[in-house]
Design a binder for this molecule. Structure first.
Ligand code: NDP
Length: 395
């Protein structure tokens, strides 16, 4: 087991205090759905968002947290005004977000999307908190820094991503040394069966229409390009200290098996559940206990059969680009992540086509060389440079 993934003995007797970074997003909302189901188990300390004042104010009125933080400082007055008749404290800006992440509480849900989540998530880790990690981009961009900070502060990192949560549930009861390989499953996304020519014409609406999972726009596009699986392979590499050659991907369109762990003695242990993020979120929130809730249940008879196939690297080259960046190491995964964010936003804004995403990432990687990093500032400067390079390929 990775040193940061350590067990905490004991049974919860008082409500857990929670901070939810990215409360207005898909993971944030699912987290709050669980809190709503079990108000006796949780108390909300801080909720954050970036631009969505209306949604954050609505959550503040519904859940009465101690504080809300809006990342974009320009919205401070609007949020303050919206909560004028409440006792909820209001703060704004990047520094307030970082302070919120580090503030004392029992559990921080790190659910900001993209590299923007790195500084606050790192602040929570450096403060030694128990962190539910949904924000995979922070591990992709700064895996060594994040894991080193975990070891130094004694923070506990609980993977929220369904595949990593599955692997964690298996590894928790076994030994890392006995693992032969880990296979992450991928749904294949909404474009799994589309031919190469048709992929060039895909619209943002088609790309975000995921058949199994309801998610934010960015991760939905990542899922359609298979970059999401590439980011997840890098995430698993850091979380579970596994080398690239022990990490594989298989396409599994039903999204019922969330990962397989192959052991040296020929045993394979998989974790299964319906494709609903509320299940891995509940696992992390309650960990190390398990509690029942109004969860969707798995009915294997009605599912009937499960299917598995190899990923098609020719039609979906982003997965291969992620493996290349992981193997190159150092700054290259951060470059990959930054280029992907730039390309996905350009695609969602209809400035480039769907298959241009892979082109922009490939060109940005080709224009960059690996460099070491030691601090958050180093990563931020690598990220900013990669974004500038990627923008030059948005044509
Ligand atoms: P969403 O886009 O739905 O939500 C993103 C959240 O982050 C919102 O609260 C948003 O605030 C906030 N945010 C956006 N930009 C910034 C910024 N610059 N600074 C601070 N906060 C910001 O994303 P998801 O919930 O889908 O995903 C969140 C993370 O979880 C991602 O890293 C994703 O890869 C990961 N994940 C998501 C899964 C899912 O099922 N959705 C599954 C597994 C992992 P606002 O609303 O104000 O813009």
């Amino acid at each position: 087991m990775s040193p940061s993934l350590r067990a905490i003995p004991g049974t919860q007797t008082t409500p857990k205090s929670l901070t939810v970074l990215g409360a207005t997003g898909s993971i944030g909302q699912s987290t709050l759905r669980l809190v709503e189901q079990h108000p006796e188990r949780f108390s909300l300390d801080i909720l954050t968002a970036h631009d969505n004042v209306e949604a954050l104010a609505e959550l503040a009125r519904r859940f009465s947290p101690r504080q809300v933080v809006i990342g974009n400082e320009a919205h401070y007055a609007a949020l303050k005004g919206a909560l004028a008749n409440t006792s909820v404290e209001v703060a704004a800006g990047e520094e307030a977000l970082i302070a919120a992440a580090a503030a004392p509480c029992d559990f921080v849900m790190a659910a900001i999307v993209g590299a923007a989540g790195l500084a606050p998530t790192l602040a929570a880790i450096q403060a030694g908190r128990t962190v539910g990690l949904a924000n995979k981009e922070c591990l992709v961009a700064a895996g060594e820094l994040v894991m080193r900070s975990c070891r130094q502060s004694g923070a506990t990192l609980l993977p929220v991503d369904s595949e990593h949560n599955a692997i964690f549930q298996v590894i928790e009861c076994n030994h890392n040394d006995d693992i032969e390989k880990v296979i992450l499953t991928a749904s294949g996304g909404p474009l799994r069966e589309m031919d190469a020519q048709s992929l060039t014409q895909v619209t943002p609406e088609q790309a975000v229409a995921h058949p199994n999972w309801s998610m934010g726009a960015k991760i939905s596009v990542d899922s359609a390009t298979l970059m999401n699986k590439g980011l997840e392979v890098i995430e698993a590499h850091h979380l579970f200290s596994l080398p690239p050659e022990k990490l594989e991907v298989v396409v599994h369109p039903e999204s019922i098996v969330h990962s397989f762990v192959h052991f040296v003695d020929g045993s394979v242990i998989a974790q299964m559940s319906p494709p609903d993020m509320i299940i891995p979120i509940a696992h992390t929130l309650h960990w190390p206990e398990r509690h029942g809730f109004d969860a969707p249940k798995l009915d294997m008879v009605s599912i009937g059969s499960l299917h598995f196939e190899a990923p098609d690297h020719a039609r979906f080259p982003c997965l291969g680009l992620a493996y290349d960046a992981m193997k190159a190491g150092q700054s290259m995964p951060a470059v990959l992540n930054a280029a992907n964010e730039v390309a996905v936003h350009a695609f969602l804004d209809k400035r480039i086509g769907f298959t241009d995403i892979q082109r922009v990432i490939g060109q940005t990687l080709d224009s960059s060389s690996p460099q070491g990093y030691a601090s958050l500032e180093d990563i931020q400067s690598i990220d900013a440079k990669a974004r500038r390079i990627a923008e030059t390929f948005i044509t």
